[in-house]
Write a protein that binds this ligand. Structure first.
Ligand SMILES: Nc1ncnc2c1ncn2[C@@H]1O[C@H](COP(=O)(O)OP(=O)(O)OP(=O)(O)O)[C@@H](O)[C@H]1O
Length: 335
């Protein structure tokens, strides 16, 4: 008897513009063509429906799990399998509005069937790092601060309309609420002790449109890129944001930029609440222990292709306007 490999597609019927529904038959056919006996599960509005199904399918011995939806669905699927001994391979079909992770894996983001077809390509399997934060897992970025919604809590509609520009608008609006917190950050035998306003632990360089926030990110080196932001003034933070667009923030004295596998973040004053955001969702408060699980998951990706993520003309213009606005603001405050 021939044993077939099995694939489980976990898809969110509501994500993005409900684009997946019409493509599902074709997507199933692609995985069948690749030799997988394939079935599909539609997620439900209940919390963790994608996560629970991912755990169930992995324990049932499925070889491949396809997470089809937005970053939220993908994050749940990763949380459903990352803690298991036997982990299926993960494929991603992006259908959300930001799809940061698919961008990092260079999975086509406009065409779900093209994304599925990566399974047919040779040289498409990569073992990549996964982040652990206390008992949760993340694949892209952990952010900590008094206000971790900084780059994330952008309403979906606004994201679809303005894409990447929406992050700036929202970021600028929220910045005045950021307050520095006295904290200890132990990282691979070193320690930062002092006031910091925000920290980031990144696994990829694909963070809400800031392609250069981690200019030298590697998906499989076992390290987080740790960014500790010491400044918290409005102008200072905005200036750092403009520098982050170009990747020049890493040399700024207001920032500590390091590579580390093990990071312990502890607020030093019990009164301070240091919230942690994992891949765009609230992930609990510090103290938090972060561990990089090196090459923990096998993913279907397109990493041998040359990146094709040039900023569109519109984004570029917005970026230029933003940089000019910040320069003017800095001038006014200086006088
Ligand atoms: N059948 C369903 N009906 C309503 N909501 C659902 C359903 N299935 C999943 N959800 C909800 O969808 C959310 C996850 O959305 P997901 O990240 O996949 O897409 P998105 O929000 O469109 O994408 P992005 O995060 O990129 O904006 C979760 O809050 C989940 O509870």
């Amino acid at each position: 008897m021939v044993m077939h490999k099995r694939a489980r597609i976990i898809y969110n019927p509501t994500s993005g513009r409900e684009a997946l529904r019409g493509d599902l038959v074709d997507i199933l056919a692609v995985y069948e063509q690749a030799g997988y006996e394939t079935s599909a599960y539609a997620t439900t509005p209940e919390p963790n429906s994608a996560k629970n199904e991912a755990t169930r399918a992995a324990k049932e011995g499925f070889d491949l799990i396809v997470a089809a939806g937005g970053d939220g669905t993908l994050s749940e699927v990763i949380n459903g399998i990352a803690g298991l001994k036997q982990r299926p391979t993960l494929a991603v079909i992006p259908a959300g509005t930001t799809n940061d992770y698919a961008r990092a894996l260079r999975v086509p983001r406009e065409d779900p069937i093209a994304a599925a077809k990566l399974i047919l390509k040779t040289n498409n399997r990569f073992k990549i790092d996964v982040g652990k934060a206390n008992d949760n897992y993340f694949m892209n970025i952990a952010a900590g601060g008094t206000l971790t919604e900084l780059t994330y809590e952008v309403p979906s509609q606004m994201k679809s309309l303005f894409g990447y520009a929406a992050y700036f608008a929202k970021g600028a609006e929220l910045l005045p609420q950021i307050k520095p917190v006295e904290m200890s950050i132990k990282y691979d035998g070193q320690e930062f002790r002092g006031k910091a306003s925000t920290i980031f632990l990144a696994l990829t360089n694909s963070v809400g449109g800031f392609e250069q926030i981690v200019p030298d990110a590697s998906l499989d080196d076992g390290n987080f890129s740790l960014i500790i932001v010491k400044d918290s003034s409005l102008v200072g933070m905005l200036q750092l944001m403009t520098k982050a667009l170009k990747g020049t923030h890493v040399d700024d004295p207001r920032i500590i930029y390091a590579k580390a596998k093990d990071v312990m973040v502890t607020p030093l004053d019990d009164q301070d609440r240091l919230m942690i955001n994992l891949d765009g969702e609230y992930g609990g408060d510090a103290p938090m222990h972060f561990v990089n699980l090196k090459q923990h998951l096998e993913v279907i990706a397109n990493l041998d292709e040359i990146p094709n993520d040039a900023l569109t003309a519109d984004m570029k213009k917005y970026e230029d306007d933003f940089v000019r606005g910040v320069d003017e603001l800095a001038d006014q405050t200086a006088h």
